[in-house]
Design a binder for this molecule. Structure first.
Ligand code: TXA
Ligand code: MG
Length: 345
C-alpha cells in the first residue's frame, strides 16, 4: 500500500517527510513535487531501487534518469571532468530547473545512466524536494512521475490518480510552478548543447556561456529518432485523445479550427480546443484556456492535456506558439504530444 503524505510547502512538516525519506533509505520509491513536475524517486546509487522506478513507470531501461542532489558538492562524487562552463551553470541557475550532463564516475550504476558514460544531475529548488533529499541523505534518481508516454504530472491529483499503488510513498505538495520538465544541457562537449528545452532558455544560457547549441533533432519528426537525450525519442506527453497543432495567423487558425469542429460534430466526433485566454470565447467545442503568457501556458499545458481526457474529447486542436524563450519548450512538448501532426491554417 502506498503511504501518502500531504505537505504544506509554506509550513513543511519535517517529521512527516522523514517517514518518506526513510522509505528512500530502504531502497523504495517515493513520488515528490519539484518546481518543474512531480518526480518518481529512488536511491540513485542502488540498482535495485532504480529498477523499481522503471517498473513503476513502465519505462524502457535504456532511458537514463536524472540524479537529484541537495548540495552542490555532491556533483564531485558523481561526475568527473567538470568544466568551467559547468561551474558557471551551477553558480547561476542552481538550485533550479536545469539539468546538466557530465561524464559519470563509476559510483553511478549503469541502471541509472541507462548504460551511458554520462550522468544527468540537477539540484531542484522546490522546498519539499530539497527537504526530502536532505533527510534521505542520498542522491535521488527521479524521472517525471507519470506512466511512460503520458503527460508529466504537475498537480497532486495527477499522481494520486495515476500512481497510487505503484510506488511506496507519495508526497503531495501542491502544484508545480513551471509545469515543464527541466532544461537538459549537455556539458561534455566543447560547446554546450540543449538536449531538452525548458524554462531556462537558450537565451538565458547564452548570456552566461556564449554560444549554446540546440540538439537539431528536437523540433523535427524525421530527426526525432536521432535525439541525443534518449527520452526524446519516445512517444510522449500523450493524452488518450488525438492531438493536432493548428498554425497560421490568429484569424485563420480560429476559422480553421471551428470549421473542423463543425465537420467533426456532424460525424459524431467530440473536439477539444487548447488556446490562449483571449481566444477562449471564439471557439466551438470543449475549450480550455492555457493562460495568457508563455509562462502560464507552460505551467498549464500538461494539466490541460489531462483535463481533455476527463472531458472525453476524441480530438484536441491546439493553437501554436512562437518558438522564442519558453515557447521552444512549449512547442517541443506540444509537437511530441501531437506526434508532430500540424495543420496549416
Ligand atoms: O524537471 C525534470 O527534469 C523532472 C523532475 C522530476 O526533476 N525529471 C524528468 O526526468 O523530467 P525524465 O526522466 O522524465 O527526463 C529526463 C530526460 C530524458 O529525456 C533523458 O533521456 C534525458 O533527460 N537524460 C538523462 N540522462 C541523460 C544522459 N546521461 N544523457 C543524455 N540525456 C539524458
Ligand atoms: Mg518524463
Amino acid at each position: 500500500k502506498t503511504i501518502i503524505s500531504k505537505i504544506d510547502v509554506n509550513n513543511i512538516n519535517v517529521e512527516e517527510l522523514k517517514k518518506q525519506a526513510e522509505l528512500l533509505k530502504e531502497g523504495k520509491t517515493v513520488i515528490f513535487p519539484t518546481e518543474t513536475v512531480y518526480g518518481l524517486g529512488a536511491n540513485a546509487l542502488d540498482e535495485n531501487a532504480v529498477k523499481k522506478i522503471y517498473e513503476a513507470k513502465g519505462r524502457p531501461s535504456d532511458n537514463p534518469l536524472i540524479v537529484h542532489i541537495y548540495d552542490r558538492e555532491e556533483v564531485r562524487d558523481l561526475a568527473k571532468d567538470i568544466s568551467n562552463k559547468a561551474e558557471i551553470v551551477m553558480d547561476k541557475f542552481w538550485p533550479g530547473p536545469i539539468t546538466i550532463i557530465l561524464n559519470k564516475k563509476d559510483i553511478v550504476p549503469n541502471t541509472t545512466s541507462g548504460g551511458l558514460d554520462t550522468v544527468a544531475i540537477r539540484m531542484p529548488s522546490h522546498k519539499i524536494a530539497r527537504e526530502l533529499i536532505k533527510q534521505s541523505g542520498l542522491p535521488i534518481a527521479a524521472p517525471s512521475a507519470n506512466i511512460s508516454g503520458r503527460p508529466s504530472p504537475t498537480k497532486g491529483n495527477h499522481v494520486k490518480e495515476e500512481m497510487d499503488g505503484r510506488v511506496s510513498g507519495i508526497v503531495l505538495g501542491g502544484n508545480c510552478d513551471f509545469g515543464l520538465e527541466s532544461t537538459v544541457l549537455d556539458l561534455t562537449g566543447e560547446v554546450p548543447m540543449i538536449l531538452r528545452p525548458g524554462s531556462i532558455t537558450k537565451e538565458d544560457l547564452e548570456e552566461v556561456l556564449g554560444e549554446v547549441l540546440v540538439d537539431p533533432s528536437l523540433l523535427k519528426k524525421e530527426d526525432n529518432k536521432k535525439a541525443k537525450a534518449p527520452g526524446m525519442k519516445y512517444t510522449h506527453y500523450s493524452p488518450d485523445a488525438d492531438v493536432y497543432i493548428v498554425s497560421g495567423n490568429d484569424k485563420d487558425v480560429i476559422n480553421k479550427i471551428n470549421q473542423i469542429i463543425r465537420e467533426n460534430s456532424e460525424n459524431g466526433i467530440k473536439s477539444g480546443v487548447m488556446c490562449v485566454e483571449k481566444n477562449k470565447e471564439v471557439y466551438e467545442g470543449e475549450v480550455i484556456s492555457l493562460g495568457n503568457t508563455l509562462e502560464e501556458v507552460g505551467s498549464n499545458l500538461f494539466d490541460v492535456l489531462r483535463e481533455m481526457d476527463k472531458r472525453n474529447v476524441d480530438i484536441v486542436y491546439s493553437e501554436s506558439f512562437e518558438m522564442t524563450g519558453v515557447g521552444q519548450a512549449i512547442m517541443n512538448r506540444l509537437l511530441k504530444s501531437a506526434g508532430y501532426k500540424v495543420i496549416k491554417a
